[in-house]
Unconditional design. Structure first.
Length: 191
């Protein structure tokens, strides 16, 4: 009997280490537009991917309240979200363009008058895939949002050692919003 009790106690003591991740909120898409640059950060692309969809979202969730030593990234793909690296995405950034990739190091966010926190996420409009140049490099996807009429699915996540991962609800960006943003954008400058 003592052996079973010790085993139960050992398993119970490990559960907090491998437990549930933190829910990173749900987000509503408010605006989509095309921009030629994204805010600078440690993770900013170099060289540029050309044009980006700037996706402005709102949430009751303050990412700066999730704690220190947490990094937040974006899964991105055409809907449904099957390949978390199906589209090239950057962010999250605060509404004033502060990088929130390490939210514990960022200035605490303040909610708007409506009680919501606002963020910016960026998706490259197009990318012609290139072969990896070395072992372990990720093969980036080849796509062009101008040629697809599909919703985009994004999800924030924080990697860790949890059985249930820290992530947000899936953010669906309707194809109509993407199409309208691309039509209203100025023509890209020739290289």
């Amino acid at each position: 009997m003592k052996r079973a009790q010790r085993l139960s106690l050992a398993v119970a003591s490990l559960l907090p280490l491998t437990g549930c991740g933190q829910h990173l909120g749900s987000y509503a898409v408010e605006q989509v537009r095309v921009v030629t640059e994204i805010p600078q950060s440690f993770f900013s692309p170099s060289p540029s991917y050309g044009r980006y969809l700037e996706i402005r979202v709102a949430s009751k969730m303050s990412l700066t309240s999730i704690g220190r030593n947490v990094a937040v990234y974006i899964d991105a793909d055409f809907c449904p979200l099957r390949n978390r690296n199906g589209l090239i995405a950057f962010g999250p950034y605060s509404n004033d363009e502060e990088d929130l990739g390490l939210p514990g190091d960022a200035t605490a966010l303040k909610a708007g008058r409506d009680g919501l926190f606002r963020y910016r996420l960026y998706v490259s409009v197009a990318y012609g895939g290139q072969r990896p140049t070395g072992p372990g490099q990720l093969q980036l996807p080849t796509y062009d949002l101008k040629l697809s009429n599909r919703d985009l699915c994004l999800r924030l996540f924080a990697p860790g050692y949890n059985l249930i991962k820290s992530r947000s609800e899936t953010i669906r960006v309707p194809a109509e919003m993407v199409s309208t943003a691309l039509k209203e954008a100025p023509a890209p400058r020739p290289s």
